[in-house]
Ligand binder design. Sequence first.
Ligand code: FAD
Ligand code: NAP
Length: 311
Amino acid sequence: MIDLAIIGGGPAGLTAGLYATRGGLKNVIMYEKGMPGGQITSSSEIENYPGISVVTDGISFMAPWSEQCTRFGLKIEMKSVERVEKISNGFCLHFEDGSKQEAKCVIVCTGSKPRRAGIKGENEFFGRGVSTCATCDGFFYKGKEVAVLGGGNTAIEEALYLSEICSKVYLIHRRDEFRAAPNSVERAKKCEKIEFVLNAVVDEVLGDSSGVTGLRLSYKDGKTRQIEVPGIFVFVGLDVLNNVLSDNNGGFICEMTPQGNVKVNLKMQTSLPGLWACGDLRQDAPKQVVCAAGDGAVAALDAIEYLRNHH
Ligand code: FAD
Ligand code: NAP
């Protein structure tokens, strides 16, 4: 049985790993199903993490985090956790490959993933013109026109990024007000390559055997429009990844909000002693790297205290 298992290697999980190992825990494993770094690695820029003087991309920003943790003894295993089971003296992690690992306590930091918009043709053409990652796929549209869907921070920032590569970006949003930070919206409005298509929804992603060829839109006032683009980037929010906390009865092993976020207190403790939830997964998460990292530190410090008192 290990002392502490951390599930997810984004900013929350890596910071939990750093604080747990640097705080003296010897037997800590972080499980990550993809590449450590989390969802910020799909971002073309991060400029609001304290101390950053030069705007950098998400992959470069996260690269040193894993190395810093492993220096203090964090073990990282590339494994996908299927579910966490409560057992008498701790928890049992069940992995997708069928293996298991027992741990005295667990910090869950599984974050969230991009949501699909539910448009006709979106799933059919996903990966063939429909994308949720401008950093990954933007270059395929060098010198071409693309569309971006959404009015949040991700849509505006990635539209700006794509405007550096593409000849034109149609920014399609269902309202004429934005969730995105006002300064980002102002930057986008000043960008000549971005056309704002507001009060409009995409009714269908059009395509053929080569992939996406265009979009069929309708405006709130009933007018319709067709845009010829080979690519659409969908940034319509995030779905929380809470499935590792499912129980066998269609519920969860700890208390959740109706939206599927984990209920936590100020120490990131869930309703189940020995189990913490951090970052985008938890209730009222501000969905910022700095906050996810802060949560990870808080949970790890509390886990050290818990292990001292309970084991
Ligand atoms: P995540 O970063 O989502 O990491 C979770 C990790 O858990 C992932 O690596 C995932 O692979 C892993 N995982 C999930 N399920 C399992 C499983 N079952 N088993 C094993 N591993 C699992 N925030 C900012 O502060 N500034 C920005 O400029 C900014 N820009 C952004 C741009 C984009 C395009 C996006 C998508 C987000 C941006 N954010 C930004 C938000 C920020 O990335 C998130 O708030 C932050 O990454 C949350 O960290 P986390 O550790 O909670 O989760
Ligand atoms: P978001 O803030 O939830 O915004 C989603 C956008 O998509 C909204 O404008 C929403 O419209 C629109 N939308 C939702 N469903 C839609 C649908 N089916 N069809 C068309 N449009 C739809 O998501 P996000 O931009 O991905 O950001 C997620 C979180 O990460 C946020 O908390 C954000 O602040 C954070 N983040 C921060 C930064 C940063 O700090 N620089 C960068 C990126 C992300 P409505 O507005 O009409 O609801």
